[in-house]
Design a protein around this ligand. Structure first.
Ligand code: ADQ
Length: 471
């Protein structure tokens, strides 16, 4: 096919561009979105000729391509119906719940699947036009599982990799998906597939083996061989954060002073607990609040001494399941505070909005105990951010159902479904001796410093470059 004039050695494709459209001084401008992925990509793209394709976040006609932070950004258009069917529907109504243990039942609609395919083709066409001869294309996440196949059809010369930010479900759940074969075939056209955990890669390989029986494929170790002679390797490449960036930010006088101020504003509690999540049913916020409510009621937590901040970032607010969880969380927080507040000093501070990076860092520094209790989470970057930001006096309570639990083994691990034990784990974390906390935090500091997001990105690109061999 004819190539456009502008061509790039590295093309990133993700549902969203790494920028948001915001109003500043009466006009609308692009602002770099916060988050580790953007930081990681900036570091791998510096010195390379890179482009990023993705949706701008606004339905309708796509804005023209533009330059930002040394990257060429190419918006892909999504109509309002496509946002509903491809993004809110198939991606977040079918794939998201299915990939998170069916915590809420997934919905399957043929119309959603058709829109997903259309949008994946559009992304593939955009990448095919931008990629230089034999370029590398790195596709991100569950919204673009068919893109590798459509791109391969257009450009057989490319190196195509895909990284899954969320879990890959066990085959017993995955096989519910009516579009399961299309998803697997879509992915198998890539050269390398990266997952958060070994279990996710194994779930994918098992799904290929069990569900593509008619396709004449064979799975040997971590490589799938397809009938056309193509080979695709699947392995774990756990994502991480910009550890040094977070540690440096947390060490600034401004952030430390702000952390002290936060504690002051809460009445200088003896213990400050913190939760930071997108307001999503996968994050276990309900279970966490249930445990805390019982603890305030029973007296194992004193509401005048122990305060809890819950940051719950607005997310996917047009979907019913998200409206439910929002209502539930608001009611529970209201009930806890109604029962246990004294004048001006509620035990729970609930913050339903986004915060700048330095304010997040200040909260991490301020909190004695971080509560990360998802029912299922691909990785969970918040757990790593807390470890990077906090000194040796901190403590992390972490769900066994997060990818992060594989790496942060010195956290206080818990099963969030087991409310009684979760309560005991929270008490253990609060009451741990300074020596025990320091020992655990030191080990986790080492882990996140050694395995940061730059290393993750380099590892992924190396794996992709040599696949199907192992580096
Ligand atoms: P998420 O489900 O979004 O990511 P997470 O990994 O915790 O979850 O990342 C959230 C990020 O947003 C963190 O960097 C956090 O600091 C930030 N954040 C949260 N609330 C905020 C607020 N109110 N204001 C500002 N920033 C806020 C998906 C998967 C995860 C996987 C990541 C990366 O679900 O399992 O770890 O992708 O692969």
């Amino acid at each position: 096919m004819p190539l456009s004039q502008e061509r790039f050695d590295l093309v990133i494709a993700a549902n969203r561009l790494p920028v948001d459209r915001v109003r500043e001084g009466g006009r609308s401008v692009w602002r770099r979105s916060p988050g580790g992925l953007v930081t990681a990509m900036e570091s791998v793209m510096s010195g390379r000729d890179g482009a990023w394709i993705g949706w701008s976040g606004v339905p309708g006609k796509a804005p023209a391509a533009f330059e930002q932070g040394g990257m060429r950004l190419h918006p892909v258009a999504l109509s309002a119906e496509e946002v509903r069917d491809y993004y809110e529907g198939f991606s977040n109504g079918s794939l998201w719940p299915l990939s998170h243990d069916d915590i809420v039942p997934p919905t399957f609609k043929r119309r959603w699947q058709a829109a997903y395919e259309t949008v994946n083709r559009r992304f593939a066409e955009a990448a095919a036009k931008l990629a230089a001869e034999k370029a590398t294309v790195w596709v991100h996440d569950y919204q673009l599982q068919q893109m590798p196949q459509f791109l391969r059809e257009l450009r057989p010369d490319l190196r195509i990799g895909w990284f899954n930010h969320i879990p890959f479900p066990p085959v017993e759940l995955f096989m519910q998906l009516p579009a399961r074969d299309a998803m697997l075939r879509g992915l198998l056209a890539a050269d390398f597939l990266g997952f958060q955990r070994r279990t996710d890669a194994q779930n994918f390989l098992r799904a290929c083996r069990q569900l593509l029986v008619d396709d004449d494929i064979s799975v040997r170790a971590d490589v799938v061989h397809t009938a056309d002679g193509h080979e695709c390797r699947a392995a774990a490449v756990p994502i991480s954060i910009d550890t040094r960036g977070m540690a440096e930010l947390a060490a600034t006088a401004k952030v430390r002073e702000r952390a002290a101020e936060i504690r002051e504003q809460l009445g200088n509690p003896k213990h400050l607990l913190l939760g930071v999540d997108r307001l999503d049913y996968t994050k276990g916020i309900r279970h966490r609040l249930k445990a805390l409510e019982e603890m305030y009621r029973e007296g194992s937590l004193d509401p005048t001494e122990t305060k809890f901040i819950q940051v719950a970032t607005p997310s996917r607010e047009r979907l019913e399941a998200y409206q439910h969880i929002k209502r539930d969380v608001e009611q529970t927080v209201g009930r806890i505070n109604g029962e246990h507040s004294s004048f001006g000093a509620p035990p729970v501070t609930y913050l339903h909005r986004s915060f700048p990076r330095d304010e997040m860092a200040a909260m991490f520094v301020a909190a004695d105990v971080m509560l990360v209790t998802p029912l299922r989470d691909g990785m969970n970057l918040v757990a790593k951010e807390y470890v990077a930001a906090h000194d040796e006096t901190g403590a992390l309570v972490l769900s066994e159902f997060t990818g992060a639990a594989n790496e942060l083994k010195q956290s206080y691990l818990c099963n969030p479904h087991d409310i009684a034990r979760t309560k005991r784990t929270i008490v253990r974390a609060i009451e741990a001796s300074p020596e025990e906390r320091a020992r655990r935090m030191r080990a986790m500091h080492r882990q996140v410093l050694r395995h940061d997001v730059q290393r993750w990105a380099e590892r992924f690109l190396t794996d992709l470059a040599v696949a199907p061999r192992q580096p």
